[in-house]
Design a protein around this ligand. Structure first.
Ligand SMILES: [Zn+2]
Length: 329
């Protein structure tokens, strides 16, 4: 598994920070963190084994975000995520993050986005991996924040920024109020992926596709509980970005054996495998793929089908897609 070429479409920057980097940046920039002891810090940055919910899972991001408040830190963390992914033969990764989580020390949204892009570009030169950036808006933030993200990110579309996402805690029926914003974003050229159907509501997936124009869905586990959502995802070829370990930790599913990924795929739904958060979930792509093979029966042929569907679902340009297809055996 480690040697197979991989594509990761769903990976949060602030959930995938190396613990030793947090310590080094905290010391360098004089930032207070709860502990400077590495193993202790790793424990605090990872989700507890008995995590109760998505809401509790999301608390793990507080420490990393404390040290992600300077251009240096954002560039370094993006670069290192690309490096970590390339070490397990990830060829292409779409990194996502919420720009407005990183303006506490006075950086503008532009500077925040630019710094992360710089890290991605520098890593592309040093490692055999390519990357793009998805801008996320946390659902509990105001519409002004979302609008600022859409407007600030506009000038980077085609220069590393490819998509727009909604993330964090998920309420039933959250999509409707975002319709106008996503219409504008699509007109600007953003591709759309939305976290939906992760915390119980299958209809949110239907809404994300129909109201917000989502081409991909983060998780989408709960489409099995909503017939229309299921049909829409299947008939429109919407790809589900599935993250087994994270889905267990947020209680989206109760056991790896019961993860619907392979049932979905066998029924003609397009699926993709991702980590969600490498540090918070203490995982990597290799581990996620091994889990799907072990518990859900993914074969070699299944993997290549998923790989090719993932290339098609990526927001990469055509030349990168062609390059990714060269790795198919
Ligand atoms: Zn996510």
């Amino acid at each position: 598994m480690r040697n197979l070429p991989k594509i990761e479409l769903h990976c949060h920057l602030d959930g995938s920070v190396r613990a030793n980097t947090v310590v080094e940046i905290a010391r360098r920039e004089g930032i207070d963190i709860p502990t400077y002891e590495l193993s202790e810090l790793e424990k605090m940055m990872g989700v507890r084994i008995d995590c109760e919910s998505l809401v509790e899972y999301l608390k793990c991001f507080d420490i990393s975000n404390k040290v992600m408040q300077s251009p240096y830190s954002l560039e370094r963390i993006a670069y290192e995520l690309m490096e970590d992914a390339s070490r397990e033969n990830v060829k292409y990764i779409e990194i996502r993050f919420g720009p407005n989580l990183h303006i506490r020390s006075g950086m503008t949204t532009d500077k925040v986005i630019e710094s992360v892009l710089k890290g991605i570009k520098r890593a592309e030169l040093d490692f055999d991996i390519k990357g793009n950036l998805i801008l996320s808006n946390l659902r509990h933030h105001t519409m002004d924040v979302l609008d600022d993200i859409i407007e600030s990110g506009k000038k980077y579309i085609g220069k590393g920024v490819v998509g727009l996402d909604l993330c964090a805690a998920e309420e039933d029926g959250f999509c409707e109020k975002y319709t106008d914003y996503f219409k504008k974003a699509r007109e600007y050229g953003y591709r759309i992926t939305i976290h939906a159907g992760e915390a119980g509501c299958g209809k949110n997936v239907f809404d994300a596709v129909e109201l917000l124009g989502a081409e991909r869905i983060g998780h989408g586990v709960y489409i099995h509980s909503h017939e229309e959502a299921y049909k829409t995802v299947k008939n429109k070829g919407v790809t589900l970005e599935m993250c087994p370990t994270s889905n267990i930790q947020t209680k989206a599913i109760d056991s790896f054996e019961n993860h619907p990924i392979m049932d979905f795929m066998k029924d003609g739904i397009k699926v993709s495998i991702s980590t969600d958060n490498r540090t918070v979930s203490a995982t990597d792509m290799t581990n996620e793929m091994e889990l799907v093979a072990k518990y859900n029966g993914m074969t070699d042929d299944d993997y290549w089908k998923i790989y090719m569907d993932t290339v098609a679902a990526s927001f990469a340009c055509d030349s990168v897609k062609l390059w990714l297809l060269e790795f198919v055996r």
